[in-house]
Design a protein around this ligand. Structure first.
Ligand code: IPM
Ligand code: MN
Length: 375
């Protein structure tokens, strides 16, 4: 049915299930107001199951996920499990197996949220990072020999094919068009607007050292640039990117980068937008099954305390609806989020002025009464 969607829900470990509960509350309110249906299936692919059964995610389970319209994920990780086991065995297996080749991270500082960047406000921080999500160092290509001796050699390769680079850059160019189709990005000068530009795409790389990989990225970036004449193109090395993201975040509209650089700069970006309590992400396969998650992790210190901030998970729900084409519903979640954030004391766990479940209730209520209108 056009108005009904099958959603796999993986609450995961730590505070994952708590924040997902609030996201589901909000989605429930949104369904009531907008009249669509989400059929939810809860799945326990997490660290608890691994400890009980020694199992991460097998191929049959991965394949079964292909029948869903989307996946909503809380967080996966367990203090008693060796780092890497769950990450590779569940999270990365999902991203790779479902070919979710884009990791989409909106970086927006909402009003009333504190940023550690002095003198910057919600007027200055509003951009999108498109991180390549299935290539580069994450492919795990490499190895070591003479392990344990002083002759040990270890290699981990940054691998990219033309195909991977092209599809990622194309997606990023399309995002610039999507974001700015109604009105041009405010960071453009009058002359640039007169010249027909509607937005800007910044490639973040390291062409001065990683000449092979970024030679490829840069060449394809230029090639595609001529297909999108309305998009102004810009290039920044990853180290300089860390400076600009702090000194002048208003410089950015959409940033595109490879997997590991994207992993690093999006944590920096998250902290500028108020931290892990608010930052959400989407693992996107435009033609397949996409997965939406808060990026905060399992937060073991706050587990079970009703103190963790569910806004990032609610943000993941908002991204999921947008991806499913439910744009008005998605915009209403965001507007309601903004309304509730204005009432919160802080975005940090245990300092919000409200409990986890209070916040879910408030956002759900704002959606139901319809006070928050989509903008
Ligand atoms: C993220 C996380 C993951 C990554 C880890 C948990 C494997 O840091 O989603 O950014 O490195 O991609
Ligand atoms: Mn990360």
């Amino acid at each position: 049915m056009g108005n009904s969607f099958n959603i796999a829900v993986i609450g995961g470990d730590g505070t994952g299930p708590e924040v997902i509960r609030e996201a589901l509350k909000v989605l429930d309110a949104t369904q009531k107001r907008f009249g669509f249906t989400l059929n939810l299936t809860n799945l326990n692919y997490d660290g608890q199951r691994y400890l009980a059964e020694g199992k991460t995610l097998d191929d049959a389970e991965l394949n079964a996920l292909r029948q869903y319209n989307a996946i909503l994920l809380g967080a996966i990780g367990h203090p008693d499990i060796t780092p890497g086991v769950l990450e590779r065995g569940i999270l990365l297996k999902l991203r790779f197996g479902l070919d979710q080749y884009i990791n989409l991270r909106p970086v927006r500082l909402y009003e009333n949220v504190t940023t550690p960047i002095k003198h910057k406000t919600h007027h200055d921080i509003d951009y999108l990072v498109v991180r390549e999500n299935t290539g580069g160092l994450y492919t795990g290509i490499g190895g070591s020999s003479m392990t344990g001796t002083d002759q040990e050699v270890a290699v981990q390769s940054m691998v990219y094919s033309y195909h991977q680079v092209e599809r990622c850059l194309r997606f990023a160019f399309e995002q610039v068009v999507k974001r700015n189709s109604n009105s041009p990005w405010k960071g453009l000068s009058p002359a640039e607007k007169d010249a027909g530009y509607i937005g800007k795409l910044t490639l973040c790389g390291k062409t001065n050292v990683l000449t092979h990989v970024f030679g490829l990225w840069e060449r394809v970036f230029k090639e595609l640039g001529s297909e999108f004449p309305q998009v102004k193109t810009d290039y920044v090395h990853v180290d300089a990117m860390c400076i600009y993201m702090i000194e002048c975040p208003e410089r950015f509209d959409v940033i595109v980068t490879e997997n590991m650089f994207g992993d690093i700069i999006t944590d920096l970006a998250a902290v500028t937008q108020g931290g892990m309590g608010v930052a959400a992400s989407g693992n996107i396969n435009p033609k397949g099954v996409s997965m939406f998650e808060p990026i905060g992790g399992t937060a073991p210190a706050f587990t079970g305390r009703n103190e963790i901030n569910p806004m990032a998970a609610i943000g993941a729900a908002h991204m999921m609806l947008d991806h499913l084409g439910l744009h008005d519903a998605a915009r209403t979640i965001e507007a309601s989020k903004i309304e509730v954030i204005l009432k919160m004391k802080s975005m940090a766990a245990a300092q919000m002025g409200f409990s986890t479940s209070n916040i879910g209730d408030m956002v759900a209520q704002a959606i139901l009464v319809g006070a928050a209108t989509p903008n």
